[in-house]
Design a protein around this ligand. Structure first.
Ligand SMILES: Nc1ncnc2c1ncn2[C@@H]1O[C@H](COP(=O)(O)OP(=O)(O)OP(=O)(O)O)[C@@H](O)[C@H]1O
Length: 274
């Protein structure tokens, strides 16, 4: 992937990025709370790792934060405005979501798929303008997908589709980037590149949150963690303050030894069943 070019690098954003926060949000299905009274805040300049075992509520929380799933109770706020009172189009100019399951029925060349990210910035029937083309090229480069631009999307591998969906989200030029398991499908080098990209985007002012299964990916690259367990917040805060063997044992039911990565100085977790 090439050097990060932040979505704001064209100078088009003049307003200060806004935090996205959830206040006591709950979603219930069939009498079960999938997300149960969760409060959290994603601040500009941070990368929050959303962790938790299978079924903990990570994807559901991301959908709530993206505004694609309404809460049964509680509120999601962009700045101080409830997301429920912001139009879909305006919301899509501020918040981008990269889903866990990647669409496979998009019979378009990759550049066209990435250009879908420009939809909220264009008037209804207008063609893409020079600013749209530039944003698409920047996004392709940042996501390491420029070499795929002429390919037909359905012919791509899972990892290649992952990069393209990330590029589509970047082309949206969001203030808040939400990702559901963004390192899924990716090889080791591409995983690290993606995590670096997320840190780079945060450094340039975005609020980034990613649901992750790899605790070491989160420990290495997230400034903040939100651990979910049974739909509730088990712990939240700066990574180095809250990541402890006790917390990992409580949430995942496995033993952990907390080390320091010899090359990066970041926390490194060695897991074992006993
Ligand atoms: N529409 C639904 N109706 C009933 N239960 C649902 C529905 N959608 C999700 N669930 C359940 O809600 C819980 C939380 O799901 P969610 O996908 O948010 O978890 P997750 O932490 O992202 O899991 P994973 O790590 O496996 O992707 C799971 O137990 C899931 O089976």
């Amino acid at each position: 992937m090439s050097t990060v070019r932040a979505p704001a690098s064209n100078g088009s954003r003049v307003t200060k990025p806004l935090p996205l926060s959830a206040e006591h949000v709950t979603v219930t299905r069939g009498g079960k709370a999938l997300v149960d009274g969760v409060s959290c805040s994603l601040r500009p300049g941070t990368v929050t790792g959303i962790l938790g075992p299978n079924g903990a509520g990570k994807s559901t929380l991301l959908h709530l934060l993206a505004g694609v799933l309404p809460a049964d109770s509680g509120t999601v706020l962009l700045g101080n405005r409830p997301l429920s009172r912001i139009s879909t189009r305006e919301r899509a100019r501020s918040i981008a979501l990269v889903e866990q399951s990647l669409p496979d029925d998009v019979a378009q060349p990759v550049r066209g798929v990435v250009a879908l990210g420009r939809t909220p910035h264009r008037s209804l029937f207008a063609a893409d303008g020079p600013a749209d083309h530039a944003a698409v090229e920047r996004a392709l480069a940042a996501a390491g997908a420029r070499h795929l631009a002429e390919r037909l999307y359905p012919t791509l591998s899972g990892g290649e589709r992952q990069r393209v969906q990330l590029a589509r989200a970047l082309a949206q030029e969001p203030e808040v980037l939400l990702l559901d398991e963004p390192t899924n499908h990716l090889d080791a080098a591409a995983q690290l590149e993606t995590l670096d990209l997320l840190q780079g985007l945060a450094a340039e002012g975005l609020a980034v949150a990613a649901a992750l299964h790899d605790i070491n990916h989160a420990a290495a690259s997230c400034s903040h963690l939100l651990l979910l367990h049974g739909g509730r917040v088990a712990a939240a805060g700066p990574t180095e303050e809250i990541l402890t063997p006790e917390l990992i044992r409580r949430v995942y039911g496995v033993n952990a030894v907390l080390l320091v990565h010899p090359a990066t100085g970041r926390p490194l977790v060695a897991l074992s069943r006993r």
